[in-house]
Design a binder for this molecule. Structure first.
Ligand code: OGA
Ligand code: MN
Length: 295
């Protein structure tokens, strides 16, 4: 079978594609990887069903799209990690496979994923693609939602576009967790996750399209009073996450969903936290800090 991609929702033909005819476990050719990257240019998010892969296969597939980030944004580091440093642990599990208690620190930190965000926007060089593999999912709920930040930019009125076009924001995990009242950081974490600057509007290097670069990690705008900055960031986020720009992915076991963090935001939805939810994420790094990329 050859690779083909069709819109997940025919009413929105340029956002979220469903790919078929590819076996990620067997490995893909350079030509298939190039076709997948072209699909990412068009759709921003691609869904691959029925990919029963392990971490090594996921890492090998992900490397076709660039060098991988290390999971330095996870709150569990060192010997206590369940997965290797190339894999972000998007689960509610302890190292021994047991489900975390409601008040577990890692669980409370990971609830930040329920806020609309772009992965690793708190890193100086943020993420290009994220690839999330569903290993075990709860019987219901726990969808992941995606918002199209190109469509959100296109729909802003020209006066607002002109006002925000050249703004520079500051992103930190300390801000995003603080929104939920999680402030329990060590001195080492506070230093490691100091704010980094990001463009608010960016241009995709291959398609040339502009998009809003928003994230729950954004907590300031350079040169602006903080409350005014946060009010604007909230307004823009509200605009960008209207239902017309949003797609909800309903997980099946062995789904692999891949998204372009440069042109989308995403968020996790609630589920029964006594059930196992185990997803593994690999993350392809962007080329450079957004301020060093063409505007
Ligand atoms: C992520 C993430 C959302 C989810 O993996 O980066 O935000 O639904 N996941 O688990
Ligand atoms: Mn995420």
């Amino acid at each position: 079978m050859t690779l083909s991609i069709r819109p997940a929702n025919p009413a929105r033909p340029d956002f979220v594609g469903e790919a078929s005819g590819v076996d990620i476990r067997a490995g893909v050719s350079a030509a298939e990887a190039a076709a997948i990257e072209e699909g990412m240019d068009r759709y921003g998010v691609l869904v691959f069903r029925g990919q029963d892969i392990d971490d090594a296969q996921q890492v090998a597939f992900s490397r076709h799209f660039g060098p991988l980030e290390l999971a330095t944004g996870d709150i569990v580091q060192g010997q206590a990690r369940r997965l290797s440093m190339e894999v972000n642990d998007i689960s509610n599990l302890h190292q021994d496979g047991s489900v975390m208690a409601r008040d577990d620190r890692k669980r409370l930190f990971s609830l930040g994923n329920m806020l609309w965000h772009s992965d690793s926007s708190f890193k100086a060089t943020p993420a290009k693609f994220s690839l999330l593999s569903a290993r075990v999912i709860p019987g219901q709920d726990g969808n992941t939602e995606f918002a199209d930040m190109r469509a959100a930019w296109d729909a802003l009125d020209p006066a607002m576009q002109a006002q925000v076009r050249d703004l520079v924001t500051e992103h930190s995990q300390i801000y995003s967790r603080g929104v939920l009242g999680f402030t329990d950081f060590t001195a080492e974490e506070l230093a490691k996750w100091a704010p980094v600057p990001q463009r608010l509007v960016r241009r995709h290097p291959r398609t040339g399209r502009l998009s809003l670069f928003l994230s729950a990690h954004a907590g300031a705008i350079q040169g602006w009073p903080v409350p005014e900055a946060r009010a604007l960031l909230r307004d823009l986020t509200e605009h960008a996450t209207q239902r017309e720009f949003v797609h909800a992915h309903v997980w099946q076991p062995h789904d692999l969903v891949m998204w372009d963090n440069r042109v989308t935001m995403h968020r996790a939805r609630r589920y029964d936290s006594t059930q196992v939810r185990d997803l593994h994420r690999t993350t392809v790094a962007d080329m450079a800090p957004t301020l060093q990329q063409a505007a």
